[in-house]
Design a binder for this molecule. Sequence first.
Ligand SMILES: [Zn+2]
Length: 171
Amino acid sequence: MTIEELRFIADRMLGKLSTWLRVLGYDTVYAADLNVNSTEVDEDKAIADFTQAESRVLLTRDKELVAAATREGVQCLYIKADDVMAQLNELLLYYNDNINLEPVPARCSECNARIRKVEEGEADMLMNKSYVPASIIGHCDFWICEHCGRIYWEGSHWQNMRKMLNQLRTH
Ligand SMILES: [Zn+2]
């Protein structure tokens, strides 16, 4: 399955996993962002309905949610581990290693929207973001999320992620 074909929704307990999947290019909705505020049972139903309507795969640590989703015929994967690396490993096993483990600048890890490359003439916009070190502007590629405005670049954060992902590969 390609990155475009596999789309997820992660439950409230899997915020970190959503972030990682987005960095790996997967369209991943975080259930807490759905803004369902009613009883727990209604929330499970709402999550299951959303998953079904969007043909996503539900990732959850909640056995009751698994039960509710399965009843509705939703494709879902029960995640056992606490640690995000172990969780990614569960995904790898489930999908027979067909999970991309290379960070790709495709999605905003904050909001899941697509990101686009920042053009040469947009240096001013980068200067206005206090978290972008001025010294690197003009020296590397940047991406912006048009939805929330977050700027991304291939810095130490990605290098650390890549190192951790490489350890997963040796399994
Ligand atoms: Zn964003």
